[in-house]
Design a protein around this ligand. Structure first.
Ligand SMILES: Nc1ncnc2c1ncn2[C@@H]1O[C@H](COP(=O)(O)OP(=O)(O)OP(=O)(O)O)[C@@H](O)[C@H]1O
Ligand SMILES: [Mg+2]
Length: 259
């Protein structure tokens, strides 16, 4: 089981008055290093909750009610996981950055959180910026979020994720807020980094085009549960469940040339 991260039987619930409302109902997933696993499903099915719950960063009023995360087969606590084993990139980079801090501050904060802040922070940050195609890294270090485009912020978020050197990456809709050209570049970048650094990637998306392009395997969620999992090829060629078929058909009707 080396090189694996397993979410095992994860349950998440929200408190509504005097009863619990189940949001995630026993999800199990294994992410392998060097592989990209896509988690798909309709809006509200619990993809983001699964991702946040596994990292122990749920919104107020929502909590994990069961399950655990295993790293190479051994249970690991969320605080040991976050940043150290799993780096995360989120849908809306603008809200992920502190508006009053520069990118240098963010880089130092990221390194401090994983105990890797030392005198080499600047050169390592510039190297990470270069890796994600941020030109003129010295200038970027001095910028605040409002001085940067969405694509630049997303690249910076990926660079910060790389700084931690975590072997796994959780990406929750990482390109949704970007224009199509920037989306394509960011996806290419993520794929290249995943292969080059042998990252295990959990890619949450509702975009089957992203799935077709990047993913090795797919897990389909519905109402807080995994209803189907298969290789990307099988999901497209031979979907077993109605929800999966609908996702594939919706994609094919948008992009018939791919079919
Ligand atoms: N703060 C919250 N408190 C209680 N319930 C919430 C909260 N945030 C989201 N939910 C509920 O949790 C369920 C799962 O939400 P989640 O954000 O995981 O969906 P998702 O699959 O990521 O959807 P999307 O594709 O729209 O991002 C939804 O039914 C949503 O209404
Ligand atoms: Mg979501």
């Amino acid at each position: 089981m080396t090189g694996t991260l397993t979410i095992e039987n994860l349950h998440i619930a929200a408190r509504h008055g005097d009863h619990d409302h189940v949001l995630v109902d026993g999800i199990s997933l294994t992410i392998r290093r060097g592989r990209i696993l896509a988690l798909v499903g309709s809006s509200g099915c619990g993809k983001s909750m699964t991702c946040s719950g596994a990292q122990g960063v749920l919104p107020p009023g929502v909590r994990v009610t069961g399950g655990q995360v295993l790293y190479d087969g051994r249970p690991i606590a969320p605080e040991k996981l976050r940043g150290h084993v799993v780096a995360a990139i989120l849908q809306n980079p603008r809200s992920a950055f502190n508006p009053v801090l520069t990118m240098a501050n963010h880089a130092k904060e990221t390194l401090r959180a994983v105990g890797k802040l030392d005198s080499g922070w600047r050169s390592r940050t510039l190297e990470a910026f270069a890796t994600v195609g941020l030109e003129d890294g010295e200038t970027v270090l001095g910028l605040h979020p409002f001085e940067m485009s969405g694509g630049m912020l997303q690249r910076t978020m990926i660079a910060l994720a790389l700084l931690s050197d975590a072997p796994f990456l959780f990406a929750d809709e990482p390109t949704t807020d970007l224009d199509l050209i920037v989306q394509a570049r960011i996806l290419d970048l993520l794929e290249e980094l995943a292969r080059r650094r042998n990252l295990g990637v959990l890619m949450i998306t509702h975009d089957m085009g992203v799935v077709a392009r990047l993913a090795d395997e797919v897990a389909v969620m519905e109402n807080g549960r995994i209803i189907e999992r298969a290789t990307t090829r099988d999901i497209f060629d031979n979907p077993q469940r109605i929800a999966t078929r609908e996702l594939v058909e919706a994609h094919m009707s948008l992009y018939p040339e791919v079919a």
